[in-house]
Design a protein around this ligand. Structure first.
Ligand SMILES: [Fe+2]
Length: 283
């Protein structure tokens, strides 16, 4: 069984080639049985699921996904109230995570050796320097979060309440705990997939003004705590566009997000770049 993992295709940012065609070629050439996309496929669930249907039809491998923050963006927020934006974004998350045939949470990959599950994940500001001795309300309302981060406009509808974010991560932890301790997972190595970072140790330090304000929006340390507690072997994530792999204690982490064009090793060959970043698990 061969399973490929890749993240952050951002379909809307491709102008020359359709990544669905390229991915289908890769799945064929690499003899993948499954392809897992860990989020930020396209803006909004309609576009993301439409892309998934085209990809699914074009390749022999089965497709599994988790929801990235862009996948639950409300594309057209004009004329919508904050409450409508929040409700629509929440409905997008539900469609991808709890209703789609491609949902990795609903349809985990089970091989003789591996149990692979996951969900999009969120952030709870636990990456903030000094956490937990920090003012979560202040950090969640920082300028970077308010004005620069599109999640504010397209997921929250401009409404700030850090408690909603924290509750969201806590619900994820309950869900992941239930799935990872299910009978199907027993006796198998566990792999957990999120879009968000499961630990701050995977965030690059970038000497950019304002980066300190973005860092708390990249994920949650709670995922790492859970993985260590439950003996998860492999954790896949994306979101940052800085791919990397590292081992922390007994847990292997892989960020499989495609880098932005200026940082690509193969800027003129998106297919080669995708093959470079993709992690292929045999099991
Ligand atoms: Fe993202």
């Amino acid at each position: 069984m061969r399973i490929g993992f890749l993240s952050d295709l951002h379909r809307d940012r491709w102008y020359l080639a359709d990544p669905a065609d390229l991915l289908a070629e890769i799945a064929h050439e690499k003899r993948l049985d499954y392809l897992v996309l860990s989020g930020d496929t396209a803006p909004g669930a309609d576009a993301a699921l439409d892309f998934c249907r085209r990809l699914d039809a074009a390749m022999p491998a089965k497709l599994r996904i988790v929801a990235g923050n862009h996948d639950i963006y409300v594309p057209d927020i004009k004329g919508r109230t904050p409450a409508q934006i929040r409700a629509e974004s929440a409905a997008f998350y539900t469609r991808i995570t709890y209703e789609s045939d491609y949902s990795l949470l609903l349809h985990p990959i089970v091989t003789p050796r591996w149990f692979i599950t996951g969900l999009g994940g969120w952030y709870d500001y636990s990456f903030a320097p000094g956490y937990p001795q920090v003012d979560l309300d202040r950090i969640s309302r920082a300028r970077a979060a308010r004005w620069f981060w599109s999640d504010n406009r397209r997921v929250r509808g401009g409404c700030f309440d850090y408690r909603i974010d924290v509750a969201r991560v806590e619900e994820d932890i309950r869900t992941l705990r239930a799935v990872l301790t299910s009978s199907a997972a027993a006796g198998r190595r566990k792999c957990a997939v999120t879009h968000m970072l499961p630990t701050r140790a995977l965030a690059h330090s970038i000497p950019l003004p304002g980066y300190g304000g973005i860092l708390p929006l990249l994920g949650s340390e709670r995922y790492r705590d859970l993985y260590e507690e439950l003996g998860v072997s492999l954790c896949i994530c994306g979101h940052t566009h800085f791919p990397l792999r590292r081992r922390i204690g007994e847990v292997c982490y892989a960020n499989v997000s495609l880098p932005p064009l200026p940082l690509r090793r193969h800027p003129f060959s998106p297919k080669r770049e995708m093959m470079r970043i993709m992690l292929i698990l045999e099991g």
